[in-house]
Design a protein around this ligand. Structure first.
Ligand code: MG
Length: 404
């Protein structure tokens, strides 16, 4: 059945211009704002993803700073663009309005253009759809938020002139949309007259149009200060944990103690290994490295390296955690199973868990160490070896910090 039969007409084709050309580097890490990494991707990527796959989308043009174009046109940049649904990248201009004009010029044939700020990565798709619906009946429309606080007009010294009726006030957000032909004409006219408007709604108002404010919610925040980034980080990282799994098996030999989970467990056997043989910490490290895409423990600590002979695995784990920290990652949860025929580890489970909690800086409810036997089967069952299986979740540790 055609969608028109349901009383709903197919959406007009629209393009999105994503403005990411700003020079600002105040958010740290010496990156332009649009390139600050959140959940492993730049801010502009998250902003673009809000539009990708929307019905009717014809082009998604990324307007970038000219200095960022080579990176965007590299092989990895092209992959990043493709995964965000970006169809073209163009250099921006000196001011936001110049960048918008370059972006609109780069769009192909379509009915409407939506202009969106790359610093708003949390815009909700249902709000974008409401905006597109509004454009079907209005010459221009923009997402706007109600003002949550009472607003005062004050003098320079802070004396109150008046209290403004906040039900009449709106905070203009993006996206902002208009017919492509109208937007292009007004932008070219404004630039020719050396007039600079800070948003497309103001441009439309200047030309005598009455754009519609479409209700938005406060989650569509604009990242301007480091604390905004913390919120965005928390919301975008929450759904993007990284998973890693690790396994290890070590041969058992006569004579204790058994070093496991960073503890010395009294036993008449020990684990054979180039380091201290702590198979539990090795499996945790392998899982952490896997979650960070950093290869395996052998890549980092080859058993041919004489400096690692007899080394405490706790020191190796510290290095792995440091490698993760360098990538803004931290362990979030660890679940381990130790398989050993004897000695029985039952009474040591709680202490191994406490040791892992301390080493990984995790609360009790996110660390588990389980113990079981090999049921008499295989090398574990025959008492020849100890094996460990481990699964970890790794999340972003926090916002990037500026280099000292
Ligand atoms: Mg090992």
């Amino acid at each position: 059945m055609e969608s028109t039969d349901l009383g709903k007409s197919p959406r007009d084709a629209f393009a999105v211009v994503l403005v990411a050309a700003g020079e600002g580097r105040r958010l740290g890490a010496d990156l332009r704002k649009a390139w600050v990494q959140v959940a492993g991707r730049p801010l502009w990527w998250h902003a673009a993803r809000a539009f990708a796959d929307l019905e009717g989308l014809s082009d998604l043009v990324l307007v970038a700073h000219a200095d960022d174009l080579p990176a965007l046109r590299s092989e990895s940049g092209a992959l990043l663009c493709a995964s965000a649904g970006v169809t073209a990248c163009v250099p921006g201009g000196a001011q936001r309005q110049d960048s918008v004009l370059e972006g609109v010029r780069a769009t192909g044939s379509c009915r409407h253009v939506l202009v969106h700020d790359a610093a708003r990565p949390l815009v909700r798709r249902e709000r974008v759809l409401s905006l597109l619906d509004a454009l079907a009946t209005h010459e221009g429309a923009f997402l706007a938020q109600k003002v949550p606080s009472t607003v005062k007009r004050v003098t320079a010294s802070g004396a109150v002139h008046e209290t403004l009726p906040r039900e009449e006030l709106r905070l203009a957000a993006t996206p902002q949309g208009a017919p492509r032909a109208l937007l292009l004409e007004l932008l070219e006219r404004a630039v020719a007259q050396h007039l600079a408007f800070t948003d497309e709604a103001a441009l439309l108002e200047w030309a005598g149009h009455a754009p519609l404010a479409v209700e938005d919610d406060a989650s569509n925040l604009k990242v301007t200060a480091p604390e905004d980034l913390l919120i965005v980080q928390a919301l975008l990282s929450r759904s993007l944990p990284r998973i890693g799994q690790g396994q290890d098996i070590h041969r058992l030999a006569e004579g204790g103690p058994l070093i496991l989970g960073g503890l010395e467990i009294p036993a008449d056997v020990h684990l054979v290994g180039h380091s201290d043989g702590d198979a539990l910490l090795h499996a945790v490290m392998d899982a952490l490295l896997g979650a960070a895409g950093l290869g395996d423990i052998g890549d980092h600590f080859p058993d041919t390296d004489p400096r690692l002979a007899g080394i405490s695995s706790k020191l190796l784990l510290e290095r792995v955690l440091s490698d993760l920290r360098d990538r803004n990652l931290a362990p979030h949860q660890v679940d381990c199973s130790v398989l050993l025929e004897r000695p029985k580890l039952g009474e040591w489970k709680a202490r191994m868990k406490a040791s892992l909690q301390e080493l990984l800086q995790l609360p009790a409810d996110r660390v588990c160490v389980k113990a079981r036997t090999g049921e008499g089967l295989g090398p574990v069952g025959r008492g020849e070896a100890l094996a460990v299986h481990c699964t970890v979740l790794v999340t972003e540790a926090g916002p990037p910090t500026a280099p000292a």
